[in-house]
Design a protein around this ligand. Structure first.
Ligand code: KDG
Length: 344
């Protein structure tokens, strides 16, 4: 075959290969532009009526609108696809595309997430926003790709409060002997132990049944979750402790992310951030409304005083000192310096 003919045949087969790859929904070598037909399976542990569920619906709306329906987001709520850890594993193996777990159960994988688990670290949601959206939050997200995950942004789970079926928690002593479900997180586990409680880590999907069957006496979660998951049906006492803030992290499977063109990546990132703003806004409103709704449901509600908080802070300080060293003292110091600056 003459040289020019060989070149033509070569070029033709290369174009056919590219066309084939595109029609199969695969972009060529990551691709710089263009939107392919794709389906995203996105699952969370909470209900659709929860601010996290509502924000996931917002993410779906934005992505489907910006891609003219070429990229579809299928939503799954209430741990239908598994709990936070199982869904994160599914992202790592590439069988699910999106999940938005609490950062707390992920500490076994990325230890730096544990820096956000220290009780009484943040005084307000705005402080949490500044740290998570700033250099510290970004530095932690950068640890994710080595686990085949991409962290697009942080959403808000929020400040946690304690419910139980035994008695109101008014003083630091009232934690003694209470069997409290915690997230699967060693900071929470050791902090509650120091407070004299008997913490029992378990996945969120098992909590209602554990409370109902009295396997545990209580649990701790933001008010919107206590309402959305109807924990008031099986818990009499709510103590407004705001003892720790929990972020959500918007995770995407890296296997999926790497197939996206730059244009598609931008749509995903922008949609996750925009839906995240919406999540924070409605979550803060929901928490206020839920307090009243939980009282209306007959819960016995009390505030945990600042004086008692200080006693708890003293009890758990050794836990914070231990884990700050373990999780990364440089990042911990950077975070506390940023918080001090914000408080001036
Ligand atoms: O979708 C997120 C939930 O699965 C979970 O993270 C909620 O805070 C939570 C908990 O207590 O497990």
């Amino acid at each position: 075959m003459k040289n020019w003919k060989r070149t033509m045949v070569g070029l033709l087969s290369a174009s056919l290969l590219i066309l084939g790859a595109c029609s199969a929904g695969q972009s060529v070598s990551g691709g710089e532009s263009g939107i392919q037909e794709r389906t995203i399976k996105a699952g969370i542990g909470l209900n659709e009526d929860h601010p996290e569920g509502q924000a996931l619906m917002k993410f779906k709306e934005i992505v489907e609108e910006k891609t003219d329906g070429k990229i579809k987001v299928q939503t799954y709520f209430a741990s239908q696809l598994g709990d936070d850890l199982q869904m994160t594993e599914a992202l790592k193996s590439g069988t699910q595309e999106v999940t938005i777990p609490s950062t707390s159960p992920l500490v076994g994988m990325v230890k730096e997430f544990g820096l956000f688990d220290f009780p009484f670290l943040f005084n307000s949601e705005e402080e949490a926003d500044a740290v998570l959206d700033g250099e510290v939050g970004q530095a932690v997200l950068e640890k994710l790709p080595e686990h085949n995950l991409v962290g697009l942004t942080y959403w808000e789970n929020g400040f946690r409060n304690i419910t139980n079926s035994k008695h109101p928690i008014e003083t630091a002593e009232d934690f003694k002997g209470l069997k409290i479900r915690t997230m699967q997180n060693e900071v929470h586990l050791e902090a509650f132990q120091k407070m004299g409680a008997n913490p029992t880590p378990m996945a969120f999907s098992e909590v209602f049944t554990a409370l109902e069957s009295k396997t545990v006496d209580g649990q701790e979660n933001p008010l919107a979750t206590i309402e959305s998951n109807k924990f008031y049906e099986v818990q009499d006492y709510l103590s407004v402790t705001n003892h720790v803030y929990t972020p959500f992290v918007f995770l995407m499977s890296k296997t999926f992310w790497d197939k996206l063109s730059d244009e598609e990546k931008k749509i995903m990132k922008d949609a996750a951030v925009e839906a995240g703003k919406y999540n924070r806004e409605i979550n803060r409103k929901a928490n206020e409304e839920s307090l009243q709704n939980l009282k209306d449901q007959g819960m016995n509600v009390n505030e945990f005083s600042n004086e008692e908080k200080e006693k708890v802070q003293e009890q758990i300080q050794p836990v914070i000192d231990k884990f700050a060293k373990q999780f990364g003292e440089d990042l911990f110091n950077q975070m506390t310096e940023q918080l001090e600056e914000l408080r001036q």
